[in-house]
Design a protein around this ligand. Structure first.
Ligand SMILES: [Mg+2]
Length: 374
């Protein structure tokens, strides 16, 4: 099974609502959302699909950078390589695009890694869980995302989440730091019994985070995600000594080395596993296993991937045994995507995974063409 072709499809998928994080808009109703679909075909004609969901407001990769990296550097270098040899595939990708401090364009590389997992699964007629020699669990719980600086709107969304049967909320703060506490109080009042994950996306200084954490402890927040800038592991370690709330790292943790440094410094209680920031399923699995063995909790997240990326991540989170509701919320923002047979999202945010080889999604090529961004 040699890689014979890698096709790269830059897409703008239609959104049904805007999405705002501390860094700014990561997609909106007017301009849609940047997604890149990748198809890898081997010399037997087996194909696998993967997805990258870059956002320049979250990290330093863009729709354009993913496309040029894959077309000009990665695809030519991987042609003829054994599609089942993921170690060599990553060695070549990391040689072509060398990281400075981290992996080097992990979101672009993740699309290839994910597509190869899909291809290998289809070639061997096994689901992703079969590749990892783990059990197949076909359901996973999603959290309900609340991202607004308006306490009334936050309360309304929390009420809706609870009534709809969700088990957890994921609240973005730092959008308007003066109103954070009001937003959190409104959510807690409306949904007192849901798992309460609060994500600051690096918005605070250490003194601000300490003050806010004290209020959050009293409110009953379950975990405080990425309060400080990504590079500040010492700050996160200091924060943990001053508060009694579990701290999770997301933007600070991209590689197995990052996980090990965070463990050595005592910088977190949990890490957020995300397939695309970690360079694909291979890297995310490794990071998750290291963190788990080091005694950290695992949270699941995504970068608002469509159903394809959601399904790939869901397989991994089930393999890793993540129990808290995960933040794979792309389909809540997207009007539609090119996946025709894929994961179903049921009442209460339960995902049902397709019981088919590989990732299990059927990508409709006509829809891929329809959403092309170029
Ligand atoms: Mg996060």
């Amino acid at each position: 099974m040699k890689i014979s072709r890698i096709d790269v499809f830059p897409l703008r998928l239609p959104m049904k609502q805007n999405f705002l994080i501390t860094g700014g808009s990561v997609g909106g109703v007017d301009q849609g959302a940047p997604h890149v679909y990748v198809r890898v075909v081997d010399d037997q004609g087996v194909e696998g699909w993967g997805e990258a969901r870059p956002s320049h407001r979250w990290s330093d990769e863009t729709l354009e950078s993913v496309v040029t990296t894959l077309r000009r550097y990665i695809a030519p270098a991987l042609t003829g390589v054994d599609a089942e040899d993921l170690e060599t595939v990553h060695r070549i990708m990391n040689r072509e695009i060398k990281g400075a401090l981290g992996i080097g364009q992990p979101i672009a590389k993740a699309a290839v890694d994910t597509a190869l997992h899909d291809l290998i699964g289809k070639g061997r007629n096994v689901r992703l869980s079969g590749l990892w020699l783990g059990p197949f669990r076909d359901t996973l719980r999603l959290s309900y995302l609340i991202s607004t600086p308006d306490p009334e709107e936050a309360a309304e969304k929390a009420r809706h989440a609870r009534e709809a049967g969700f088990r957890g909320v994921d609240v973005k703060i730092g959008l308007d730091p003066r109103r954070d506490v009001e937003v959190l109080e409104a959510v807690k009042a409306a949904a007192p019994d849901l798992f309460f994950r609060v994500d600051a996306n690096q918005a605070y200084t250490l003194p601000q985070a300490v003050r806010l954490a004290k209020r959050m402890e009293a409110l009953g927040v379950d975990v405080f995600e990425q309060p400080l800038p990504a590079g500040d592991l010492f700050g996160h370690a200091e924060l943990r000594r001053k508060i009694h709330l579990p701290v999770a790292l997301d933007e600070s943790v991209w590689t197995p080395g990052d996980v090990i440094r965070a463990v050595r410094l005592g910088a977190c209680d949990a890490i957020v596993v995300k397939c695309t920031k970690m360079g694909g399923l291979s890297g995310a699995k490794r990071c998750g296993e290291i963190a788990r063995e080091a005694g950290l909790e695992l949270l699941g997240g995504g970068l608002t991937e469509s159903s394809l990326g959601l399904a790939a991540s869901a397989h991994l989170f089930n393999y890793l045994g993540i129990e808290t509701p995960v933040d794979l919320n792309g389909p809540f923002f997207l009007k539609e995507d090119p996946v025709r047979e894929g994961p179903q999202i049921l009442q209460g945010g339960t995902v049902r995974l397709p019981d088919r080889p590989g990732i299990g999604c059927r990508v409709e090529e006509a829809d891929v063409e329809r959403y092309l961004a170029e």
